[in-house]
Design a protein around this ligand. Structure first.
Ligand SMILES: Cc1cc2nc3c(=O)[nH]c(=O)nc-3n(C[C@H](O)[C@H](O)[C@H](O)COP(=O)(O)OP(=O)(O)OC[C@H]3O[C@@H](n4cnc5c(N)ncnc54)[C@H](O)[C@@H]3O)c2cc1C
Length: 257
């Protein structure tokens, strides 16, 4: 089954054309496709390779032997609601982390010391179940070949409303304009990407309909009709200026498709 998706509407940064996308509802060999989640970390180029998303067959949440078993098409909001209802701890940050669980695990999404891998037990791919200890992962990076179909987490009891409030406060400085989250990863043992972009004079800097947010310089925001080409120009400019001024090679967190 395929369906046409308008990526200007689908992605959080509101960029992209209309493309036919394969909807995957069974585990198989789909190497020729780039799998997408909910499009919260993506910049869709003008001519993307064949694309796929997971269908309804992978939208389920189960509990078995103190494990939480989640289809990779489950949204973070759905899992959060489930954890609240079932008094399950450790997933409170999902309130502020948009995406599907496959995308969140692939990106090892998180905030400060909390990351989705903290409570992961294993994932299911075309090659079977893979335990967390066998998946190389670091800050916002994982080495996972192919599509994640299912994720298993360890369960701890005690949903914590205060934890959720703390996370909400930490997100107060996030721009409200459409974005794909942080544009660049924060480099290790030095200034944050946002600090360096700001010091390079690019906070609020605009090209056409795209800008580095005046609220948080590491957010590339769409002010209305921003395009892929404008986004790329800003990314190149920030990389060049930060390299000149700080001798740091900024690494993209946003995934270009
Ligand atoms: C306002 C805003 C705030 C954000 N704040 C944060 C934050 O604080 N911390 C943070 O870490 N992120 C943040 N993000 C980014 C985003 O929430 C995460 O990257 C999330 O993991 C994206 O999930 P997604 O389903 O939208 O994935 P997509 O953006 O669709 O895809 C991301 C990557 O995952 C891959 N992928 C998707 N599904 C699968 C699958 N089933 N199997 C294998 N690979 C897959 C894609 O190929 C792509 O490489 C923010 C984004 C926005 C818009």
């Amino acid at each position: 089954m395929t369906k046409v998706i308008d990526f200007k509407k689908y992605t959080s940064i509101h960029i992209g054309g209309k493309h036919s996308v394969k909807v995957i509802n069974e585990i198989g060999d789909f190497k020729k496709y780039t799998i997408l989640g909910r499009g919260n970390n993506l910049l869709i180029s003008n001519n993307p390779k064949p694309l796929a998303i997971l269908g309804e067959e992978f939208d389920y949440i189960l509990q078995k032997n103190r494990k939480l078993i989640v289809g990779a098409a489950v949204s973070s909001g759905k899992l959060l609601t489930y954890c609240k209802k079932n008094n399950i701890a450790n997933f409170e940050l999902l309130a502020k982390l948009p995406g599907n669980m496959g995308g969140l695990v692939k990106m090892n999404a998180g905030l400060k010391q909390w990351e989705i891998f903290n409570h992961l037990h294993s994932i299911k791919t075309q090659n079977g179940d893979i335990l967390k200890e066998n998946i190389p992962h670091t800050y916002r990076h994982t080495q996972i070949d192919g599509i994640i179909y299912e994720i298993t987490f360890d369960i701890e009891s005690g949903y914590c409303k205060d934890q959720q409030k703390t996370f909400n406060t930490m997100r107060d400085n996030q721009p409200s304009l459409p974005s794909a989250g942080s544009c660049f990863k924060n480099p290790k043992d030095t200034h944050s990407a946002g600090y360096m972009i700001e010091k390079a004079g690019l906070k609020g800097y605009t090209i056409g309909g795209m800008a580095f947010s005046s609220e948080h310089a590491n957010f590339l925001v769409n002010m209305g009709d921003g395009t892929y080409d404008e986004a790329i120009k800003l990314i190149k400019l920030a990389k060049q200026k930060v390299l000149e001024q700080f001798n740091i090679n900024l690494e993209l967190e946003i995934i270009i498709i």
